[in-house]
Design a binder for this molecule. Sequence first.
Ligand code: GTP
Ligand code: MG
Length: 84
Amino acid sequence: MRVLTRFLTSAMDARHFPAPLFPEIAFLGRSNVGKSSVINSLVGKKLARTSSTPGRTRSINFFEVRWPGKPKPELVFTDLPGYG
Ligand SMILES: Nc1nc2c(ncn2[C@@H]2O[C@H](COP(=O)(O)OP(=O)(O)OP(=O)(O)O)[C@@H](O)[C@H]2O)c(=O)[nH]1
Ligand SMILES: [Mg+2]
């Protein structure tokens, strides 16, 4: 079954992070290694923006992941900018 997703917010620093209401899985690693792509393959659609140029993700993007029919999200996927 495919999960439902919702873009929550984009943050440049911790003051703008969403409230930590659900388990959160953050994807981190060097630029261009496929962090955003792995999120997209896990949810089965283009959710996080990807690019062949390093440095595509510039802010921290939060996405809610929910099972169809469930009232609350299961978890949050967090796409981080790459380093290096
Ligand atoms: N060959 C191959 N290329 C991949 C794979 N996953 C992602 N890519 C490619 O790698 C490039 C970078 O993918 P992104 O998902 O944007 O990488 P990222 O880590 O989010 O990059 P930044 O946000 O810039 O840090 C893109 O051109 C993707 O198509 C994979 O499993 N195999
Ligand atoms: Mg990225």
